[in-house]
Design a protein around this ligand. Structure first.
Ligand code: IPE
Ligand code: IPE
Ligand code: MG
Length: 246
């Protein structure tokens, strides 16, 4: 049907959902309408990924830097987020999806945080795909927070400096417990990371789609995934080593 090899799908797929504003502006609509359309794409892509059997889906929904946008846009985005999370919790639950959030939750309005907590609690026993929304998320802030907590744990004796390893460091990040993304898709033609998962993307395969997020369809997702399946991940080794598993 979609021609994908089931056992070669990314275990963890991350997406930078970009281009809502441009999609709307090209149609003489307000940016907010673009965000509303973007939410519909989220619903479709989340269910498609869950159906495909992807283990972890992480979506960049609102960056730490997005607070700098005009107040009206930020307000509308927060209202949309709250509505989406509250209304989707039941559907996530029905699809056995576990909901998770990374980012600085203290900066979110209390009502958004309440909806977030409600969805986390409601889906906490689910065993299917783990859907992580990055909200008020910035990777440098995440790394700084981890460094501060590590310093304080070393000072208080909870952690020994000698015991600090890559694995131990990673456990202090918001993504502690999640595997690193295997594949990252960014829509709208922008070719940058925009402060997303800087530590975790070290060996992630990158894919840039020119389609704006409101128009990103399952067919575009399959196109991206089949591109991923044709890649050889070498992690610094040679191609011969990968192919002989030596
Ligand atoms: C992505 O779309 C959604 C968020 C960043 C919240 P944008 O709002 O960035 O859309 P463009 O990039 O301006 O087109
Ligand atoms: C990145 O998109 C953040 C999200 C998709 C939530 P932006 O639209 O904020 O990124 P820049 O500013 O173009 O780099
Ligand atoms: Mg953008």
């Amino acid at each position: 049907m979609h021609g994908l090899i089931p056992d070669k799908l990314p275990r963890h797929l991350a997406i930078i959902m970009d281009g809502n504003g441009r999609w709307a502006q090209e149609r003489m609509l307000t940016r907010i309408i673009g965000h509303q359309k973007g939410v519909e794409t989220v619903r479709v892509i989340v269910e498609e990924c869950s159906r495909l059997g992807i283990g972890y889906l992480t979506l960049f929904a609102f960056s730490a830097e997005n607070w700098l946008r005009p107040k009206t846009e930020v307000k509308a985005l927060m209202a949309l987020l709250k509505k989406y999370i509250a209304s989707e919790a039941a559907r996530m639950d029905a699809n056995n999806i576990r909901f998770n959030v990374i980012g600085n939750r203290d900066e979110l309005p209390p009502d958004v945080n309440k909806a977030v907590q409600g969805a986390i609690d409601r889906t906490s026993g689910n065993t299917g795909m783990i859907l992580t929304l990055a909200l008020s998320y910035g990777a440098r802030q995440e790394i700084m927070t981890a460094a501060t907590r590590i310093a304080s744990d070393i000072a208080s004796g909870v952690l020994k400096a000698d015991d600090l390893s890559e694995t131990a460091f990673a456990s202090y990040l918001f993504t502690g417990g999640l595997p690193d993304p295997d594949f990252l898709i960014r829509t709208s033609g922008e070719m940058r990371i925009s402060n997303f998962l800087l530590w975790q993307l070290a060996y992630t395969e990158l894919y840039f789609s020119s389609v704006n997020w409101p128009e990103f369809t399952p067919a575009e997702l399959y196109r991206a995934l089949s591109d991923y399946q044709a890649r050889e991940r070498r992690f610094g080794r040679t191609s011969a080593q990968i192919n002989t598993r030596s």
